[in-house]
Design a protein around this ligand. Structure first.
Ligand SMILES: O=P(O)(O)OC[C@@H](O)[C@@H](O)c1c[nH]c2ccccc12
Length: 263
C-alpha cells in the first residue's frame, strides 16, 4: 500500500467514528454555519494580494516534524496581514498533526481558509463549513471523476468553493463546472517525489477559464515568476515558511522580496 492508500484507509474509519460522535444536525448548529464564506477565486484574482495560499502544517508523512512549536493564531495572522491570498490549514491529526481546533483558531482572520484534509465523504463538507472553512480540497488521486463531481457539487451547495488537486494528465477528467479552481500538485502523494515541472507541463492542458494554482515544493521567488508566466494565479506554499522558527516572519520577508523582484 502506498502512503495515500494508507491515509485514505484510516480516514474512512475516522469519518465513521466522527459521524457517530457528532451528528450532522449538531454540526449545522455551529455558529460558523451562518457566516457567509469568503471566495478563494476573488482573493486569488485580487492584484493587491500575492496569490500565495500560505499553509500551516506542523508535520507530514514525507518530512516528519516540520515545526513543533509554531502557534496557529500568530502564524496565520502574520500570513493574513502580509498579503496572503488565503490560508491553508491542515486538519488531519494522525499524519499531519493538524486539527479542527487549528482551523477554528485561524478563523479570526478575514481571508479565505482552505480545509486541508483528505475528503472522501459528504460529512466532511458539513464539518468544514461548521469549523469555519471557506474552501475544501478534493484530491483527484483518491477519488473517481464521478465522486469528485458529486463532492464538488455538494460543497458548492453548502457555499464552499473547491480546490481540485491534480497531479497528472490522466486526472484532467476530474475537472467539471463545479471546480473552476484547479491546483497542480508538484508532489506525487504516492511516492513523495517533487517536481515543480508538473505545474508547467499541465498548465496548457487546463480549460482556459480555470484559475490555476501551483502546489508544493515552492521555495523561491523565481519559481513564482515562472508559474505566473504560465498563467498561474495561486501558489500553495507550506514547508518553506513552516520550516522557519518564525513562519509568519519568513512569510513577511518572502513577500517583501517578491514585491521588489516582481515589481
Ligand atoms: O510544504 P510544501 O511543499 O510547500 O507543500 C504545500 C502543500 O502543497 C502540500 O502540503 C499539499 C498539497 N496537497 C496536499 C494534500 C494533502 C496534504 C498536503 C498537501
Amino acid at each position: 500500500m502506498n502512503i495515500l492508500d494508507t491515509i485514505i484507509a484510516r480516514k474512512r474509519l475516522e469519518v465513521e467514528e466522527r459521524k457517530s460522535a457528532c451528528p450532522i444536525k449538531k454540526l449545522e448548529q455551529s455558529p460558523a454555519f451562518v457566516r457567509k464564506p469568503l471566495s478563494l477565486s476573488a482573493f486569488l484574482l485580487d492584484d493587491q494580494l500575492t496569490g500565495i495560499i500560505a499553509e500551516f502544517k506542523r508535520r507530514s508523512p514525507s518530512k516528519g516534524v516540520i515545526n513543533a512549536t509554531a502557534d496557529v493564531v500568530q502564524v496565520t495572522s502574520a500570513y493574513a496581514q502580509n498579503g496572503a491570498a488565503a490560508l491553508s490549514v491542515l486538519t488531519d491529526e494522525h499524519f499531519f498533526g493538524g486539527s479542527t481546533a487549528d482551523l477554528e483558531a485561524a478563523r479570526i482572520n478575514q481571508v479565505p481558509i482552505l480545509r486541508k484534509d483528505f475528503i472522501i465523504d459528504e460529512y466532511q463538507l458539513t464539518e468544514a463549513r461548521a469549523m469555519g472553512a471557506d474552501v475544501i480540497l478534493l484530491i483527484a488521486a483518491c477519488l473517481s471523476p464521478e465522486r469528485t463531481q458529486q463532492l464538488a457539487k455538494a460543497a458548492n451547495d453548502l457555499g464552499l468553493e473547491v480546490l481540485l488537486e491534480l497531479h497528472d494528465e490522466d486526472e484532467l477528467q476530474h475537472v467539471s463546472e463545479f471546480t473552476p479552481i484547479v491546483g497542480i500538485n508538484n508532489r506525487n502523494l504516492k511516492t513523495f517525489t517533487v517536481d515543480t515541472g508538473r505545474s508547467l507541463a499541465l498548465a496548457g492542458k487546463l480549460p482556459a477559464s480555470t484559475i490555476k494554482v501551483a502546489e508544493s515544493g515552492i521555495d523561491d521567488i523565481e519559481q513564482i515568476r515562472i508559474f505566473r508566466d504560465h498563467g498561474y494565479r495561486g501558489f500553495l506554499v507550506g514547508e518553506h515558511f513552516m520550516r522557519s522558527p518564525d513562519p509568519g516572519e519568513a512569510f513577511r520577508q518572502f513577500v517583501s522580496s517578491m514585491k521588489k523582484a516582481l515589481a
